[in-house]
Write a protein that binds this ligand. Structure first.
Ligand SMILES: [Zn+2]
Length: 463
């Protein structure tokens, strides 16, 4: 047993002890007698993404933050205790709370003007990201809290935060949300991203480069350092390990990280865009490949055969960069047209990727890779709009919904708690006015959000 594991075990024991003490102090006779809160949510329709079937009308009985029963209102209501709180959503359609499998809540990049970008150009690390990571960690934590709340208000009840959070930004934000100190979605936190020396820190001020690196990333330089990096994040109590694969990352290095993550019962999400990085991720036994834009048909087949998830991120689709730049930056005509041409060819390739993915039957989920400030939109609004790009790229509406509910839950390893409206799962629900299968943009107009059985928003309350 390593010292870290002993410490964690002791910490767990201490936490249990502390919980017991606080329970004994707080649980008077009244608290012991008050029953768990029970709520009945009724709606005109309930969509089960797994099967694609619609239950109409529908009711969901919720007890103590979890779903107890789902079915026709008459039957479910008969099982409800007297005095149950009833929320009637009229003709609305209920769905499971949405899951963003790839986001960056502690990063909100404002794209700088062209000349500033040129001056900060720095190898692979985009200048706008460089400007963000020199911010104070405290400032970023408050920013993360705001973006978490915005995600939740748009119906995103779970996110997987994959890096760019400083040392402990996302684990602390997760804990603050779980403790009820700030509102937000469930967070699977990854703490620092594992990278190789080649990425991100080239040409930084040498006096600061190491400090910035240590605050934002864990460096892989050989299999043993990959293992150590995973252990550092385990100590930070992460839910998932995030690695960025590039041509510098070797299979032995990534395989060591995978083995150490799995030994700690953690999944490993690997950023891989080009063919070489994708092959490294496949050969090392990654659990999910993030982005995967340049995956070949053969690689998609290998992923399907090995059960590796593809986490599609249709972020740049449909002129995303122009949309976020134009409201605040004057673009020269030359760079505007260059951008438009690049976007068109990107979208064409993405449409092809989507068709190849659907044909390959590889399991896929979706994430936003949201880390950008979109003028006029909240983080949640920008995120849902981005996820729906998948539909524009050719994914049928039901499969888009699966990618951000049931499939995402499976990729995260949380299929026993989220992603579906089923007995035993957390009561994370959203409702829209219309039929999301007929018009997927209904998801951009979520009217009701519930997390853990608590109403976050209800614009349908007049019913
Ligand atoms: Zn990302």
């Amino acid at each position: 047993m390593t010292q870290i594991r002993m410490f964690l075990r002791m910490r767990k024991r201490f936490t249990l002890f502390a919980a017991l003490v606080s329970f004994l102090l707080s649980a008077g006779p009244l608290a012991a007698q008050s029953p768990a809160p029970v709520t009945l949510v009724k709606a005109g329709r309930l969509l089960d993404p797994r099967t694609g079937t619609v239950l109409s009308p529908a009711a969901v009985l919720i007890e103590d933050g979890k779903i107890k029963e789902v079915g026709p209102p008459a039957r479910v209501q008969a099982h409800a205790p007297a005095g149950v709180k009833i929320i009637d959503l009229g003709s609305a359609t209920l769905l499971p709370g949405l899951i963003d499998s790839h986001t960056h809540l502690l990063l909100d990049v404002v794209v700088p003007p062209e000349e500033e970008s040129k001056r900060h150009e720095n190898g692979k690390f985009a200048p706008e990201l460089l400007l963000a990571i020199v911010e104070s960690p405290t400032k970023r934590a408050f920013l993360g809290a705001r973006m978490a709340r915005e995600d939740l208000e748009s119906g995103i009840t779970t996110v997987r935060n994959l890096g760019h959070s400083g040392i402990d930004g996302d684990t602390e934000l997760r804990d603050a949300i779980n403790a009820g100190r700030v509102p937000g979605p469930r967070i699977l936190a990854s703490a620092r991203k594992l990278i190789t020396r080649g990425e991100y820190v080239q040409n930084l001020n040498p006096a600061l480069a190491e400090s910035i690196l240590k605050q934002e990333f864990l460096l892989i330089d050989g299999p043993e350092s990959a293992r150590q990096a995973v252990r550092k994040n385990v100590f930070q109590n992460v839910d998932v390990i995030k690695v960025s694969a590039d041509e510098n990352l070797t299979v032995p290095e990534l395989a060591a990280a995978v083995e150490e993550a799995h030994r700690n019962h953690l999944k490993i999400a690997v950023h891989a865009i080009d063919k070489t990085a994708i092959q490294t991720a496949i050969d090392s036994g990654a659990d999910s490949i993030e982005h995967g834009n340049e995956a070949t048909d053969e690689q998609l087949k290998q992923m399907r055969d090995k059960g590796i998830f593809l986490d599609l991120t249709p972020t740049a689709y449909n002129h995303f960069l122009l949309k976020i730049m134009e409201p605040s930056i004057v673009l020269s005509p030359a760079s505007r047209s260059a951008r438009a041409i690049a976007d068109a060819s990107h979208d064409q390739l993405y449409d092809q990727l989507v068709q190849r993915v659907l044909k390959s039957r590889v399991k896929f989920a979706a994430g936003t890779d949201m880390c950008w400030f979109w003028p006029g939109k909240t983080c949640g609004q920008a995120s849902v709009t981005t996820l729906l790009n998948l539909h524009a790229a050719g994914v049928p509406a039901l499969d888009v919904i699966r990618a951000i509910t049931t499939n995402a839950a499976e990729m995260l390893g949380w299929q026993d708690r989220i992603g579906a409206i089923e007995a035993g799962k957390f009561a994370d629900l959203v409702a829209v006015s219309g039929d999301p299968l007929a018009d997927i943009t209904e998801l951009e107009r979520v009217r009701f959000v519930m997390k853990d059985g608590q109403v976050v928003r209800n614009d349908l309350a007049s019913h």
